[in-house]
Write a protein that binds this ligand. Structure first.
Ligand code: DX5
Ligand code: ZN
Length: 217
């Protein structure tokens, strides 16, 4: 089985000790750093904004995988770009003009990802799958860390993998929410390429070991 890419989610970091927490990720085998931006409108929570992320970007040695849980994410393409982000993920449910937004993200020089909430079917991606670099499947309802994994995500991964193969798309499959050693194994078996993990990595005393466990799942 191919080793998954691991993207620890900053949402579960200790913000009173952010520098030390980012160093612990820099020193680990994590591949990316997942950044959850929330607006209190698209999701019922607010996380952090660009003034904080400016410092996160300076301290992180890992490529930034930015997940925008906000309405009208296209308004912030320049801000995300200014962070030096590698990937910008927008929600399908937040973008009536998704094709345009995906092109704008790519024109800005970033990789473009589309995210689906648990109740949004994979089949809705048929006309955009060829244009995206990644699909992020939410395996919890977005807004909070530490929630329970929704098992139906495994069926969605298999359906998405089939759609990618059928269309010759190069999109990677990322999964976000409730990832731990146990769910990681099932996710990789189902066809996930990238695992986001918040509470599992930042809740561990030894982050390096937590990342290693997920990679070996
Ligand atoms: C949820 C966020 C996730 C969150 C995952 O809305 O998108 O990235 O941090 O947290 P865990 O891994 O604790 O479920
Ligand atoms: Zn996320």
């Amino acid at each position: 089985m191919k080793e998954p890419i691991i993207s620890p989610s900053l949402l579960s970091a200790d913000f009173a000790n952010l520098k030390a927490d980012l160093e612990s990720i820099n020193c680990s085998g994590a591949d990316w750093l997942h950044i959850d931006i929330m607006d209190g409108v698209f999701v019922p929570n607010i996380s952090f904004g660009f003034p904080v992320l400016k410092y996160v970007a300076q301290l992180s040695e890992k490529p930034l995988d930015v997940h925008l849980m906000i309405v009208q994410p296209e308004k912030f393409i320049n801000e995300v770009k200014a962070l030096g982000a590698m990937m910008m993920n927008v929600h399908y449910e937040a973008c009536p003009h998704l094709h345009r937004v995906i092109q704008q993200i790519k024109d800005a020089g970033m990789k473009a990802g589309v995210t689906l909430n648990p109740a949004t079917p994979v089949s809705l991606l048929a006309d955009i799958i060829a244009d995206v670099d990644m699909v992020l499947l939410m395996s919890v309802n977005p807004g909070f860390g530490g929630q329970k994994f929704i098992p139906h995500t495994l069926d969605k991964i298999r359906e998405l993998r089939a759609l990618i193969e059928r269309t010759g798309s190069h999109a990677l499959i990322e999964v976000d929410g409730g990832v731990n050693e146990e769910t990681a194994k099932a996710l990789v078996e189902a066809g996930a390429d990238i695992l986001v993990a918040g509470s599992y990595v930042f809740g561990a005393a030894d982050r390096k070991e937590a990342v290693r466990q997920l990679k070996q799942a």
